[in-house]
Design a binder for this molecule. Structure first.
Ligand code: FAD
Length: 512
């Protein structure tokens, strides 16, 4: 690594291909592979499509020992940076490193898949490099079981989402994905292979959950399971008034288990015919669209869609399902007649964004740049946010979904590294732009910045989700009173963690 590092820095970032590869593999006795040159292209970009940086090498480890050896070797080389790469679905280069080593965790996907029964509770022990979609299909088909908490899209790795949080419409009940793991194996920044849990190395366990890949590399995770339902009724209803939408969404997420839907999300859409952000984006059943004529004249430029789902078994009588769903919908104040629903299998429901991905790929828009903005915003500030951002700044749409749904802070564990707003109920807001039409990348990035700056100026209680700051001051503000804990924890697992003032704290990513 020292040899490769020297050649890179002495030749202006252009590594001499191949020469150092076999030296590298041999010197650290790697079982997996080392790729350089053109074969590292995949690691020089991500889903965001906003940044491109060339790594020194792409390591495809065979397992934990390889990861450990690479990190130990890297830590002996002062300037060497290391980044774990899950499926590269970050937006702002979080899994990249400029002139450093990218460890491709997908190569470890098959290393672990074991069902565990511990005192009657069921868990799946999976690789940090496994895709959630494979965890889902294998757990359901083999055991009739499934993890409890998901992301909307499942072509993401276990280690990648656990390094952030992992949220979707089940998080109001079970908490984010980081609230649903009980043990991790982590290769720390010192190269130690360490098993951790709430009681065993708890600082490493909680630090890594939501730890942005800064405490080490997650090679294995033990994920809680529950019996998988057979079927899902997926329902969308429309609101014209923001306060009625939020009242109902908050009502549903605050109810006890068994008294609410199994999934609660929502989104903002434009009151026009735009195929991406307007009325056509709302009905679940393309054959029976909505009758827009029902919309009251009070309907503003943007409207709100509450999206819920109800789990049931194939053997349940249709009238029982209808009755249960009708009972849950009864107290809600959506516009009468503006309801759309479909029944589908549980696996189809959880893989719903994969179908959208296939369509978007066919239309050539999936690979467009994605300057996405994800925020957590306190309930107390969400009305202001709606007034200024949804009703004014993005009222004409953004070329992709505009998600908004409430989450419950009490379902998150304060000991993890994730920074959250203060209030018990806070909203996930996601502006998921696909820059193939409408505003350019520059305009989209500028508008995202304008939104964040407005939130800061107005003193909103908010945090960036999937944060990507560049300066130490911004990171300090992000973590607030968790800053000291984060830095101390990180230092104890990664001897190279803290750099000189002015440099970025994140030695192990591209951010320095
Ligand atoms: P990468 O982008 O490869 O890596 C992400 C970060 O994790 C990097 O810092 C990387 O260094 C680190 N990392 C990766 N693997 C490991 C590991 N094994 N150990 C330690 N650190 C590691 N998020 C949600 O919460 N809910 C959603 O519904 C949701 N939907 C999404 C839909 C799409 C289409 C996309 C593109 C993203 C979505 N995300 C969602 C965001 C997603 O969860 C994060 O971007 C996630 O980090 C991506 O996972 P990945 O496996 O591709 O990780």
């Amino acid at each position: 690594i020292a040899y490769l590092d020297r050649t890179v820095h002495e030749t202006d970032g252009e590594p001499k291909p191949n020469g150092g590869v076999s030296t590298l593999s041999k010197s650290i006795d790697l079982q997996g592979r080392v790729e350089t040159g053109d074969k590292t292209t995949i690691a020089s970009k991500d889903f965001g499509g906003l940044y491109s940086t060339k790594p020194l090498a792409l390591i495809k480890p065979a397992g934990s020992d390889d990861v450990s050896r690479v990190i130990k070797a890297a830590s002996r080389t002062p300037r060497m940076t290391v980044a774990a790469r899950g499926n590269g679905h970050s937006i702002n280069g979080q899994a990249m490193t400029n002139g450093g080593l990218v460890i491709d965790m997908r190569s470890t996907e098959e290393n672990h898949f074991r069902l565990l029964n511990i005192n009657g509770s069921l868990f799946i022990d999976v690789s940090g490099g496994a895709l959630w979609e494979n965890v889902l299909t294998r757990c359901v088909s083999r055991f009739g079981l499934a993890p409890r908490s998901w992301t909307d899209y499942l072509s993401l790795t276990v280690g990648g989402t656990l390094s952030n949080a992992g949220v979707s419409g089940q998080a109001f009940r079970y908490g984010p994905q980081i609230s649903n793991v009980t043990e991790l194996e982590i290769i720390t920044g010192k190269g130690d292979i360490t098993v951790c849990s709430e009681t065993r190395n708890p600082e490493l366990f909680f630090g890594s959950l939501g730890g942005l890949g800064q405490f080490g590399i997650i090679t294995r995770a033990m994920v809680k399971l529950q019996p998988a339902p057979d079927m899902v009724r997926w329902i969308r209803v429309v609101y014209t008034e923001f306060d009625e939408f939020t009242r109902d969404a908050e009502f549903l997420v605050s109810r006890d288990d068994g008294e609410s839907f199994d999934y609660v999300e929502g989104f903002v859409f434009c009151n026009n015919d735009d195929p991406v952000n307007g009325w056509p984006s709302v009905p679940l059943d393309p054959v029976h669209g909505f009758n827009q004529g029902i919309i009251p004249q009070t309907g503003a430029s943007v409207l709100y869609c509450l999206e819920v789902a109800f789990h049931y078994q194939k053997g349940d009588h249709p009238s029982t399902v209808d009755k249960a769903v009708a009972g849950l919908l009864k107290p809600l104040r959506f516009v009468e007649g503006l309801k759309s629903e479909v029944d589908l299998s549980y696996v189809e429901f959880l893989l719903r964004v994969k179908r959208a991905e296939e369509q978007a790929k066919a239309n050539g828009i999936w690979d467009a740049p994605h300057p996405w903005l994800n925020l957590f915003i306190s309930k107390s500030d969400i009305v202001d946010f709606d007034q200024t951002v949804f009703k004014k700044m993005v009222k004409d749409g953004i070329g992709g979904p505009m998600l908004i749904y409430p989450l419950m802070r009490s379902k998150w564990d304060n000991r993890t590294s994730v920074a959250l707003p203060d209030s018990e109920i806070f909203y996930l807001v996601a502006l998921l732009r696909f820059v193939s039409r409408g505003p350019s990348v520059e305009e989209s990035v500028a508008q995202n910045r304008e939104i964040v700056e407005w939130c800061i100026k107005e003193g909103l209680d908010f945090k960036l989700y999937l944060p990507h700051y560049q300066s130490k001051e911004e990171w300090k503000r992000h973590f607030g009173n968790q800053w000291t804990r984060f830095v101390e924890r990180k230092a104890s697992f990664d001897p190279m963690a803290i750099l000189a003032p002015g440099q970025n704290i994140f030695k192990r990513t591209h951010l320095s």
